[in-house]
Every structure is written in C-alpha cells, then in structure tokens.
Design a protein around this ligand. Structure first.
Ligand code: BMA
Length: 342
C-alpha cells in the first residue's frame, strides 16, 4: 500500500507495468517501457501515424481513443482495444460521432483526444475546427455510440481535460486558451459547469513557467488523479530553442477542493525527449502525455504519451516516489497559489 493514497479509483491489478530499471540515472522517478514505442508507423489502413492518445480500463482490458494522422495528413480520432494496454487492435474506421438524433456528425478534423470517466459515462474531448481550433466533446457508455455534446468553448482553445468527478457540485474542465496557429503562449485554466453544457466561473490555474523547459506554453495532459495530497496533474510544457519547440512533461498538485490553486509544482521536467522515437519523427523532440492509468493498491501509474508526433510511448512512475519528487523540487509563484480570479 502506498503512503500517498490514490482515491476514488477502482483497483487495476492488470495495469501495464515494469519496475524501474536498476541503475537508472534519470533524476525524476519516471521510466520508459522497454518495448517503446508501442505503436509503429502505418499502424492501420489509411493511418500513417498514431500518437497523442488516451486509454481507459474497459471490461477485462483497455480501450483507447487515438490521434490517427490519415494518409491525407488530416488528423482524426480512432478507437482501439487491448488486453494488456500495450498491444492494440486498432479500428481502421474513424470514430463515427453522431449528434443527439443519432445522425452522423463528424468534425472536419480532430486531434489530441482525452478520455475521462465521469460518473457512469465516458467523455472524449479533442481539438477540432469550430470556425477555428477549439474543443469538441462526445460521450459514450458502450464505446459503440459516441454522441457529440455542445462544444464547451469558443475558439481558440486546446488541451481540454475533464476532472473525473464533480467538485463543490460542479463538473470541472481544464483547458488552454490558444491562438489560430502554433500558439506561442499558453496557461492552464479551469472552467466549471452544473450540467456539462454551460461552462463558466473560469479560474486561472497556472502560467507557463519562466524561461526554461515549460517557458513558452503549458497544457494539461491527463485527467487529474485524485490523491490524499491533492489532484495530481501531468502536463506538457514547451521550450523554445534555436531549432524549434521541445515538448517535455512535468507535474503539479492542485488543491482538492479549490483546484485552481496549485499546492506544489515540480520545477524539473519528468520526461524530456531523449530516445530515438521521441527525437526523430514528423515533429522531432516531442513528449506529449494525454492519459494515465493508476492502481490505488500499489500506487503504480502508467503514462501514455505521444512521441515526436509519430508514435505512442508508455512510461511508469509510482505515486509515493513521484509526490516526494514534486514536493522536493516544488517552486510555485503567486499566480499558481492564488484562486485565479481578478
Ligand atoms: C501542439 C499540438 C500537439 C503536437 C505538438 C507538437 O501544438 O498540436 O498535437 O503534438 O504541438 O507538434
């Protein structure tokens, strides 16, 4: 049993897992799956690459929504299933989103999906065209019918991630207001809703962090994990170099009842591109997390991340090691600590 408790999460004894390699010299307690990447090029007919994708437990295995880049270059959302969370059967058809009447309602494009179970329903959210890039959302209970719900925001916005439960009677959604291109800025914000339709009471959560690994922009990665220390949030950060952006990921812990307040924020990245599949691909030097699996009984956490906009990678951590590391290297600013309203 871990010291830090993972709360309101069913046990997941079949979580994909490998122990930390002996002699690992990385500073942060996050290590890669030795069989990475877990998807290769041309993984399904008509799909050139799968990367930034989300996974949840389903029945006796796992289900995923993938970002699949079609051979015409347009991204869409695909679905897959797996017994072990590592080897995937990918459905070559795009997820056939429908509207409330059951009619086909496909976005023009869709990328960077997340998938979060809230109450008895799974919500997928992704970036799509809404007369400009913004967030699309759909719900399903059976992974057969994905019914679109109202888009939560006007453009431009990306990286929306739901919390897995209501807080203070309201659903919560993190997002990253953006621009219409390769946004050169970006903070994480929180919005609240009584009904998953109307979103408001917006709060600033945290800003991009100074000049270093998360200096240009940040964006939520996976659904926040509820722990006895607060909401554990994995997020990506982009750094500007003379050779373009480098995407790494880090983590913060948000207040359990006021999640727009950051309690701890790790000043170090947890994972940064260094393996061939992270450094080389369609967009080099990208590690972009979109989902985690966690097992409260062991404190094990598996992190799914897109690598170089080309592959899907898997990494592991353990909640006690991770929370200690975040606290040891925590550096928060006033804009992190405050409630985020002006
Ligand atoms: C971001 C998003 C991600 C992508 C990343 C690196 O702006 O578009 O989908 O992985 O850039 O190209």
């Amino acid at each position: 049993m871990s010291k830090v408790r993972i709360l309101n999460t069913p046990g997941l004894p079949n979580i994909p897992w490998q122990e930390r390699p002996a002699g690992d010299t990385h500073d942060a307690p996050v290590w890669r799956y030795s069989g990475n990447p877990i998807t290769g090029r041309n993984p399904a007919p008509g799909v050139a690459r799968i990367f930034n994708s989300a996974v949840v437990p389903w029945q006796d295995g796992f289900i995923a929504v993938f970002r699949g880049e079609q051979v015409n270059g347009i991204p869409h959302v695909y679905q897959g299933s797996s017994k072990d969370g590592i080897h995937w059967n990918i459905d070559p058809e795009k997820v056939p989103f429908v509207n409330e009447k059951g009619e086909s309602f496909l976005p023009l494009y869709a990328y960077d999906p997340r998938l979060v179970k809230v109450e008895d329903t799974y919500y997928a959210m992704w970036c799509q065209d809404f007369y400009g890039a913004s967030i699309g959302m759909a719900k399903t209970k059976d992974f057969k019918t994905f019914t679109r719900v109202e888009n939560p925001y006007i453009p431009f916005n990306r990286n929306a991630v739901l919390f897995p439960r209501k807080v203070n009677g309201r659903y919560l959604l993190l997002s990253r207001p953006s621009d219409s291109g390769h946004t050169p800025f970006g903070d994480i914000w929180l919005s609240q809703s009584p009904d998953m339709t109307f979103w408001g009471m917006h709060r600033h959560v945290m800003s991009s962090g100074g000049p270093w690994w998360e200096g240009v922009k940040i964006g939520s990665g996976a659904a926040p994990i509820e722990t006895s220390e607060g909401w554990l949030l994995f997020y990506h950060g982009a750094s500007s170099t003379c050779n373009g952006l480098v995407y790494s990921f880090g983590a913060a812990i948000l207040d359990i009842n006021e999640p727009s307040k950051v309690l701890y924020r790790c000043e170090n990245f947890l994972l940064t591109p260094e393996e061939w599949y992270e450094e080389r691909g369609f967009v080099p030097n990208v590690c972009f997390p979109c989902a985690t699996l966690q097992d409260p009984d062991t404190g094990r956490i598996a992190i799914y991340y897109g690598a170089a906009d080309t592959y899907l990678g898997l990494a592991f951590t353990q909640v006690d090691l991770l929370v200690d590391y975040i606290k040891n290297y925590s550096r928060t600013t006033i804009t992190d600590e405050e409630i985020g309203i002006r």
